[in-house]
Structures are given as C-alpha cells and as structure tokens.
Design a protein around this ligand. Structure first.
Ligand code: HEC
Length: 125
C-alpha cells in the first residue's frame, strides 16, 4: 500500500515538473513565431510582402529579412518612412499604436524562424 502511494506521488511530481519546465522555456522566449505568423497574416502584411514566393509585390520580399537586425525590423514596422528600402516607395503604413512591442517581438521571432527552417532542411539533405 505504501509503495503504491509512493509511486502515485512520484508520477504526480514528474508530471508537475515537466509542466513547470515547459512553462519556463516558453516564458523566457522573446516571442512566439506561431503568434508572429498569425499577426503577420491578420495584419495583411502579405498583401504587400512576399515570403517564400507567397504574397504581394508592393513591398520587398521578406524571406531573408532575418539577415537584418531586430532593431532594423522593429523600426521598419513602427517607422517605415525612416529608412526606405531601395527601389520601393514609402507606402507602408506605420504600425505604431496598432501593434504592441510584444506583437513586433513575435513578428521578429517569426522572421528569424524562417532562417532556422532553411538550415534544418539543408542539414537533412
Ligand atoms: C501597403 C503595403 C504594405 C503593407 C500592408 C506592409 N508593408 Fe512593409 N513595406 C512596404 C514597402 C513599400 C516597403 C519598402 C519601403 C520602406 O522601406 O518603407 C516596406 C518595408 C518593410 C520592411 C523593411 C524591408 C527591407 O528589406 O528593408 C519590413 C521589415 C516590413 N515592411 C514589414 C512589414 C510588416 C511586418 C507588415 C505588417 C505588420 C508590413 N510590412 C505591412 C509595404 C507594406
């Protein structure tokens, strides 16, 4: 009987530990690429921007925007008129007051995740 209770306690404990460990890793992340992708899609960024061949052509292709710094991407979203990408017009609306800092964190993490995917595809080959 005592052994059984001990086993049950151990099980409950390990489940609790796993859940706790999971929540620590997700809360220490700067942003969530899945949420970032959702924001990108719901805000209509894809009407003007292409990612891996999908989307509009009014703005630059963002498939390789991960090569730019976080600050550059953040500024491009909040103050699009400050630095105008070569060959494009200053038609992107500012998302100041529309998106929060953490929305933009999520978008940046989404852009960076496009890089990881490419690397892992190369590795698998
Ligand atoms: C009405 C069309 C339009 C929409 C909608 C739009 N953009 Fe843009 N975006 C542009 C254009 C045009 C440029 C290039 C001119 C400039 O740098 O401002 C640009 C530039 C950028 C750049 C810099 C690209 C580079 O190569 O330097 C980023 C990053 C960016 N946009 C992200 C976004 C995100 C994220 C959204 C959605 C929240 C968005 N854009 C919505 C038109 C748009």
């Amino acid at each position: 009987m005592k052994d059984k209770i001990f086993l049950i306690l151990i099980t409950i404990f390990s489940v609790f530990f796993l859940v706790a460990a999971e929540s620590v890793t997700t809360t220490t992340n700067l942003g969530d690429p899945v949420i970032g992708k959702e924001i990108y899609e719901s805000q209509g960024c894809g009407a003007c921007h292409r990612i891996n061949g999908l989307g509009g052509t009014i703005g630059p292709d963002l498939s390789k925007i991960f090569e730019k710094s976080d600050d550059y991407i953040r500024e491009s979203i909040f103050e699009p008129g400050k630095v105008i990408a070569k060959g494009y017009k200053n038609v992107m609306p500012s998302y100041k007051g529309v998106l929060t800092e953490s929305d933009v964190d999520n978008i940046i993490v989404y852009f960076k995740s496009l890089n990881k995917k490419k690397k892992s595809i190369k590795k698998n080959k």
